[in-house]
Design a protein around this ligand. Structure first.
Ligand SMILES: [Zn+2]
Length: 64
């Protein structure tokens, strides 16, 4: 697994840099597991449940 980081705030997975492009948070962690790809945020039940508003790849679970 590559050293991808997940945003602790919105769970977006960041493959480059150290800042979340979605919410601007710099509170990232490599301690996450599983991922979900949101390609149609308006119709996705997962996106609604997780309060995701932007298409992309998100971590399912983040451990602190
Ligand atoms: Zn974020």
């Amino acid at each position: 697994m590559a050293e991808e980081l997940a945003c602790k705030n919105c769970k977006f997975i960041i493959s480059h840099g150290n800042r979340c492009p979605i919410c601007g948070s710099e509170d990232l962690t490599s301690n996450w597991s599983g991922y979900v790809i949101i390609i149609n945020v308006d119709k996705s039940k997962i996106a609604k449940k997780e309060n995701i508003k932007t298409n992309g790849v998100y971590a399912v679970s983040i451990k602190d």
